[in-house]
Design a binder for this molecule. Structure first.
Ligand code: B12
Ligand code: SF4
Length: 469
């Protein structure tokens, strides 16, 4: 059985290799299945490749924000290949059988991890087992959507084969991801990882991670990596061992941990070890500069912990990034001003500001359903999370009405921009910030005029996306 995996999620200008699909492909290969991957970010000529491979099954990953994009791709793929279509990924694990109910053109939905479920589905399609025996599967039968027993999040990550990067042209990407763990025990109100990957933190061993990095260097000549996991530092002993392994094996890599680093877990010892092992950038999800808001969103961190972690990282020469949110539970214009004031004290190298979006089934989503005014469950606002333009807030509250939310968001963006300019002046990075600011402004203008995400141009380059492929 031939399975083709297609990455429909578009990025611009950085290219992130699809770790999800590389893992799925290695799972399929381990089960003796034939598999190929197409990334629409890389290969604009997909139609010929699909016809040449002639797949029996085509798989797409689906996030909440990419649901409409995937739905459109599925229709086109059906025209070109006529294969069975299966979707998986965070949005599917969260919405489960609802995904099939909303998209008649999709045949199967895999809920949870796919490395074992996908080969089992292929076996079922070959008639070797019953569909009903594949755990974590939603499928159609006699006009209704059925769901099998859920699959537990219990894959032992060290036992998985390394991601099948050989199926992608790795030279076309900026770096390779290393998925260090799955699942998260924390309870941030806006986060869906508990449903997407499970509540328990499942780490890979330090040795297994360093083996993978060494294998990537030997096989593909790659020396730039990023940590693609949610919680790198939960076990301080493990991260120290990872750094020690990188140094002892003399791997000479450059890597970044711009996500997955919690400020409350970032000790001086851990940060020094990371820096010594070639880590150049760390990023903190700061979210708010108001202690009460931090508590309200169950971040489990204090402003003092954040300040201290950022300072320790700066002192060790990291490029330090920080992400903030505007409009969370309990937020008002005055708390946003506190966030701005806090942001200015941190001397961050790069600052990202997002207008809050309640993703399905998160605590924030549940809260918004009962407390917020004008909460739109239709998810049509998801493209807004891509920072493409001035964001229409997903909801408003009496204490923080819509117009004020927009004003606060714009104010934060402006202050973040000038804070970065002042911070980098007169260093070379200043040029990059100014260029980024200019590009963002043009993108916003295009967004406002056309109502379309300008970064769709990545999709438009792809022949499968264009009408009548
Ligand atoms: C790395 C990462 C990124 C990276 C790169 C993403 C990439 N494509 O490689 C960057 C930094 C660019 C990024 C950006 C964003 N991200 Co992000 N990201 C992640 C993160 C931390 C890890 C994803 C990953 O690679 N996991 C490792 C793989 C192996 O696991 P997996 O994806 O779950 O895949 C498994 C299963 O889901 C399943 N599966 C997946 N796909 C498929 C397909 C098929 C056919 C099958 C059968 C099974 C299957 O099998 C896989 C193997 O077991 C997740 C958090 C998380 N833990 O999932 C957030 C996450 C996916 N991101 C999220 C968001 C919101 C964003 C942004 C919108 C943030 C923002 N405000 O800008 C942007 C969107 C950018 C864009 N254009 O897509 C949300 C999505 C929520 C949702 N409901 O959809 C998540 C879940 C974070 C969260 N806590 O809420 N992200
Ligand atoms: S935001 Fe990060 S720390 Fe918080 S629950 Fe999600 S994955 Fe865990």
């Amino acid at each position: 059985m031939k399975t083709l995996l297609i990455n429909p999620t578009y990025f611009d200008p950085i290219r992130y290799p699809p770790a999800n699909l590389a893992y799925l492909a290695s799972g399929l290969r381990a089960a003796g299945e034939e598999v190929a991957i197409i990334d629409v970010n890389i290969g604009p000529r997909c139609v010929d490749a699909i016809r040449a491979f002639s797949p029996d099954v085509v798989g797409f990953p689906m996030m909440s924000f990419s649901e409409p994009t995937v739905a459109k791709f599925v229709k086109k793929v059906k025209k070109v290949a006529g294969a069975k279509v299966v979707v998986g990924g965070p949005h599917v694990s969260i919405m489960q059988e609802d995904v099939l109910a909303s998209h008649p053109e999709i045949d199967f939905a895999v809920i949870g991890e796919g490395e074992k479920a996908l080969p089992e589905l292929c076996a079922a399609l070959r008639g070797k087992r019953a569909l009903g025996s594949v755990r974590g599967l939603a499928y159609r039968e006699g006009g209704s959507v059925l769901k099998t027993a859920l699959r537990e999040y219990n894959i032992r990550l060290d036992e998985l084969p390394f991601p099948a990067w050989d199926l992608l042209d790795v030279r076309r990407y900026d770096f390779l991801p290393v998925v260090d763990s799955r699942g998260c025990p924390y309870r941030c109100n806006y986060c869906c990882v508990k449903d997407a990957q499970g509540r328990a933190w499942r780490p890979r061993s330090a040795e297994n991670i360093v083996d993978e990095i060494q294998w990537d260097i030997r096989q593909f000549g790659v020396r730039r990596f990023y940590i693609d996991g949610d919680n790198l530092l939960v076990d301080a002993g493990r991260i120290l061992k990872i750094c020690d392994g990188i140094r002892r094996r003399d791997l000479r890599i450059r890597w970044v941990a711009t996500q997955g680093v919690r400020a409350d877990l970032a000790t001086g010892e851990v940060l020094s070890a990371m820096r010594g092992a070639g880590c150049e950038a760390v990023g903190f999800g700061i979210e708010s500069g108001d202690e009460e808001v931090l508590q309200g969103i169950h971040k489990g961190e204090t402003l003092a912990e954040i300040s201290s972690a950022v300072k320790m990282a700066r002192d060790r020469g990291f490029y330090v990034t920080g992400c903030f949110m505007v409009g969370n539970v309990g937020e008002t214009m005055s708390s946003v001003k506190k966030s701005i004031a806090f942001m200015k004290t941190l001397r961050l190298d790069a600052i990202y500001v997002n207008s809050v979006v309640p993703y399905p089934k998160t605590d924030l989503w549940e809260w918004a359903k009962s407390h917020a005014i004008g909460f739109r469950e239709d998810r049509a606002f998801f493209p807004a999370t891509l920072q493409a333009g001035d964001v229409e807030p997903a909801f408003e509250t009496r204490e923080f009405p819509r117009d004020e939310r927009i004003r606060a968001y714009r104010l934060f963006l402006r202050e973040a921009f000038w804070t970065q300019v002042r911070h980098h002046f007169p260093r070379r990075a200043l040029f990059g910030i100014l260029l980024k600011g200019l590009k963002e402004r043009l993108a916003k203008l295009a967004y406002r005029v056309s109502g379309k995400d300008p970064r769709e141009r990545v999709l438009k380059r792809c022949d499968l996306w264009r009408e009548n492929p």
